[in-house]
Design a binder for this molecule. Structure first.
Ligand code: DUC
Ligand code: ZN
Ligand code: ZN
Length: 507
């Protein structure tokens, strides 16, 4: 990186006699659906110009032979959050956002998690204070709603949505988090009214409990039985039920962390019917398998998340769903639990699959894994990679056009990728506090070597360049799924007219 001595504007130095603050030169820039070979200029926090031979800058970055892409947006990650089982994740807002930045992500949307008995305004204040002090990249929040009482639904949640927390995650499973179907309908009706997006963890709680109880009674307590208890049918059944509720009220939902092939099929079918159903998947469902939970001793606990990774056929179905648009986003579901008594192994070697904290780390490797195995191996083109890792997240979660794309006027959130670089994944080289990675020892190609957020160079030369607390909170607009879902069928529109407008007076 060199300082540029000149101050005279070049042929494309638009709108000002002043030099740009930063110009990234000679890159392959993926800008709003096109690949531009040239320069990208930053002034202040925003992209000021994209084109050939831009004028002088205070600072230059030579990107010859490099891809210049939007910084990633991770719209599903758990940071400094207490789980339903009462376990605190290993990462705080500093380590998590540092780790995200080193992996090419410039915006995260973690959860402000309400537990039963919590007042939502207290929860939001608490998360806002902790993130403001520590985050190094930009962030918003979703609400996790576990206490849908009258105060929350009538007052606190609408206020949060209007203030910019425009998405809500609800659980259909976990005894301490789950909403029943009646409560879920209440939340969906409210979301419809307030134009919020409801993200749904869809697994059938009773199927899982019933299976788990019997497995434990018979002495089947090893990590691999987690994948047996969380049968793909538990995921498919709950997804089908969630889709029916969404269709009943004609309100958009997003099924998070889709794992199973049958679930992908159900979602695709619902979308063909005109249902407003969106979905997400994660690296663990492309790159891990249920058989990983069957590693010797307790090792399998490192691969335990819910829903669990499945088989090769499901991995293929997830790839297909990401490629054909059935699945709109690719997020990490980073849920960082250490391989010790504070996380995965509360009872040491006597820990059963029911006691293990559920979740795998993924903030840092989410993009590098997909760049290597999706883009460089020819499964997807660079525009699909950008949409799945950034652009679709920005649109869906009310951050576009400011985030998620390289365009004049957008925030200068940029990752400069070296597609030649090979990396053998080692937990010791990552920046989270988990201490292991389920991808240990794999070789991947391509790495984001320079990462920029709002014009600030966050990572370069293998080092963090910004201060703790320099990330900024992002209030978000209403979610938009324009272009991410098929046009509505007549049947869906008719249903909306009759049931909702005439009988219930819901507009
Ligand atoms: N499952 C969840 O529902 N949340 C965090 C991680 C996980 O595995
Ligand atoms: Zn979940
Ligand atoms: Zn999650």
């Amino acid at each position: 990186m060199t300082a540029h001595p000149e101050t005279t504007p070049g042929p494309n130095g638009l709108n000002s006699d002043l030099p740009f603050d930063l110009v990234i030169r000679n890159g392959r820039i993926v800008a709003d659906g096109q690949v531009v070979d040239g320069d990208l200029a930053v002034r202040g926090e925003c992209i000021a110009a994209i084109g050939p031979e831009l004028g002088p800058a205070v600072r230059d970055i030579d990107a010859a032979g490099r891809w210049v892409l939007p910084g990633g947006i991770d719209s599903h990650c758990h940071i400094e959050q207490l789980s339903g089982m009462g376990v605190m994740g290993a990462d705080d807002f500093h380590s998590a956002t540092v780790s995200a930045a080193f992996g090419g992500t410039t915006t995260v949307i973690p959860f402000a998690a309400q537990h039963r008995g919590n007042a939502l305004p207290d929860v939001l204040r608490d998360y806002a204070a902790r993130a403001a002090e520590k985050a190094v990249i930009d962030y918003g929040f979703h609400v996790i709603l576990a206490n849908p009482d009258a105060q929350t639904l009538a007052t606190d949640l609408p206020a949060a949505i209007r203030a910019g927390i425009t998405s809500i995650k609800v659980y259909m499973t976990y005894d301490r988090m789950k909403l029943d179907d009646y409560q879920l309908l209440d939340v969906l009706a409210l979301a419809r009214e307030e134009q919020a997006l409801v993200m749904i963890h869809a697994e059938n709680n009773d199927m899982i409990k019933w299976l788990a109880q019997r497995l434990i009674e018979r002495g089947h307590s090893a990590p691999r039985f987690h994948a047996v208890a969380h049968d793909p049918l538990a995921e498919a059944e709950a997804t089908n039920r969630a889709i029916a509720m969404s269709r009943l009220l004609d309100v958009p939902i997003l099924i998070v962390h889709v794992a199973g092939g049958e679930t992908v099929e159900l979602i695709r079918h619902a979308q063909k019917l005109g249902a407003q159903v969106l979905a997400e998947s994660c690296p663990q469902y492309l790159f891990l398998k249920a058989e990983d939970l069957d590693r010797p001793g307790m090792e399998g606990a490192k691969f335990c998340c819910s829903p669990p990774p499945r088989d090769e056929a499901s991995q293929e179905a997830i790839w297909q769903g990401l490629l054909d648009g059935t699945l709109a986003t690719y997020s990490s579901d980073h849920a960082p639990y250490r391989f010790d008594e504070t996380g995965k192994l509360p009872k040491g070697d006597l820990t059963t699959f029911k006691d293990m904290a559920n979740g795998v780390p993924g903030l840092e490797l989410r993009l590098p894994l997909l760049f290597s195995e999706g883009f460089l191996k020819g499964r997807m083109d660079i525009h699909q990679f950008v949409a799945l890792t950034a652009g679709n997240h920005a649109r869906l979660y009310g951050l576009a056009p400011r985030k998620g794309m390289l365009a004049v006027g957008a925030d200068a959130d940029i990752a400069i990728w070296n597609a030649e670089r090979q990396t053998v994944i080692r937990a010791a080289d990552l920046h989270d506090r988990v201490g292991y990675t389920p991808y240990e020892g794999r070789t991947i190609q391509g790495w984001p070597e320079v990462v920029i957020n709002r014009g600030r160079i966050v990572v370069s030369d293998g080092a963090l360049q910004v201060a703790r607390g320099s990330g900024r909170y992002l209030p978000r607009s209403a979610p938009s799924h324009a272009g991410l879902m098929a046009p509505r069928s007549d049947a869906a529109v008719r249903r909306q007219g009759t049931v909702l407008k005439a009988l219930l007076g819901i507009g």
